[in-house]
Design a protein around this ligand. Structure first.
Ligand SMILES: *Cc1c(COP(=O)(O)O)cnc(C)c1O
Length: 406
């Protein structure tokens, strides 16, 4: 493998982040959200690490990812999937023992039909839109749906095991909508239970609410970004304030280093011009790999941070499709082949995905999830999987994913 960059994912860190999150929500179970290829960290190895850390549930938006977890032999925890369009492989999901969310009457009809087809009871979580205005039944829609859902339950086609929702302002714990959504949710739970649903898990808390709003932990919390060690509330605290450590380090080898004179334009449109004679290094990662072009640098402002030795420099000039340039300074001793770090744990003042988010005007979620499949994932801390059942196979699975994704 000759790709001169990689995302190194520490699975033992994912496991310990899950342990920290469980300590924040000691009365709830924990669903590690592993959608979007585990936020770019790799679906199966990350899921196994989260389970090793104590997650008893896994969650994916896409049904294909939920089924992929089962196909990979991730059998122990419950898995919930929640985003699908008409015609989705619901029957396969039911056969794979995946819980499915229902957000509309037509979706319930499809789930019931699929359950009858495969002759198994579908485990259903009713999604309520308590104010996010995205997916989910309105409270009136829930009331309308319940009779049909309960008939399907009586027939054995479905089991109404969950009721759930999602917050609009979880990252602002004092926002009035948090309280308001909580109230709407409590009413929805009462309505479903009074109608005869035997709900196992009520859940509404994402990472931010897990860390900052204990009153909404209910039976199950659903953190995503915090599992990977990034803060969902950077304005309130960094990962370290919540016992979290970023699990992914993005590193590359300098492709070339060369000396240039003062006044040398750098990268497209010469947005950066060398202020004096200096050395330029080429980092072989660009926007095709997921480096945001909005984190370009200019004369006025340095771009996304890059750790070179013990210095943190910034992208000089425009981010290109497959490379960025860094101004190493006139006295730099770095050579082609030296390792640089774009983001990592943040230890010793090193750059983080959150720093890249600030540089690009976005959130850390987007920085890690947009990292392309072209960038190899390499797994360390795999010994954390060894304690779990089938640990050796699990570790092999992690290695296989590293190779298979290329
Ligand atoms: C993505 C997602 C989560 C996890 O959100 P984080 O902010 O990453 O913790 C939880 N629930 C639902 C419905 C989601 O879509």
């Amino acid at each position: 493998m000759s790709f001169p960059a990689r995302a190194v994912v520490d699975l033992s860190v994912i496991a310990s982040n899950v342990r920290s999150l469980r300590a924040h929500a000691p009365t709830a179970q924990l669903m590690a959200v592993v959608k979007a290829d585990a936020y770019g960290h790799g679906l199966v190895p990350s899921a196994r690490a989260a389970v090793a850390g104590g997650a008893t549930w896994l969650g994916t938006a896409q049904m294909d990812e939920a089924i992929a977890l089962r196909d990979a032999g991730v059998t122990a925890p419950r898995v919930l999937t929640w985003l699908y369009a008409p015609g989705a492989p619901i029957a396969r999901a039911i056969e794979a023992d995946v819980d499915v969310s229902v957000s509309s009457a037509p979706a319930l009809d499809e789930v019931v039909a699929a359950a009858r087809l495969v002759g198994r009871t579908a485990r259903v979580h009713l999604k309520v839109d308590t104010g996010l205005g995205r997916n989910g039944l309105t409270p009136d829609g829930l009331a309308d749906l319940l009779p049909a859902a309960l008939r399907a339950q009586a027939e054995g086609a479905v089991a109404l095991v969950g009721i759930w929702s999602h917050l609009a302002f979880a990252d602002e714990p004092d926002h009035a909508t948090v309280r308001a959504q909580h109230d709407v949710f409590a009413d929805a739970v009462r309505l479903a239970e009074a109608a005869g649903a035997a709900i196992e898990v009520r859940h509404i808390a994402n990472s931010a609410a897990t860390l900052t709003s204990p009153q909404v932990h209910y039976d199950l919390v659903r953190p995503g970004i915090a599992v990977y060690g990034l803060s969902p509330v950077p304005q309130l605290g960094g990962p370290g304030d919540y016992g979290l450590v970023p699990a992914m380090t993005l590193e590359a080898e300098l492709a070339t280093v060369k000396r240039v004179p003062a006044g040398h334009g750098v990268s497209y449109a010469h947005q950066y011009v060398t202020p004096h004679e200096t050395r330029l290094g080429v980092v072989p990662l660009g926007y095709a790999d997921g480096i945001p072009r909005h984190a370009s640098g200019s004369r006025e402002r340095s771009g996304g941070p890059i750790r070179v030795g013990d210095r943190t420099l910034g992208v000089a000039g425009r981010v290109c499709m497959d490379q960025v340039v860094v101004d190493l300074g006139p006295d730099a001793t770095e050579q082609a082949g030296d390792r640089v770090e774009l983001f990592g744990t943040g230890a010793d003042g090193g750059p983080t995905a959150q720093d890249w988010a600030v540089a690009a005007g976005t959130i850390s979620y987007e920085i890690v999830t947009r990292l392309s499949g072209s960038v190899p994932r390499e797994y360390v801390g795999v010994e954390v999987l060894a304690g779990s059942a089938g640990g050796a196979a699990a570790a092999t699975g992690a290695a296989a994913v590293t190779g298979g994704a290329r």
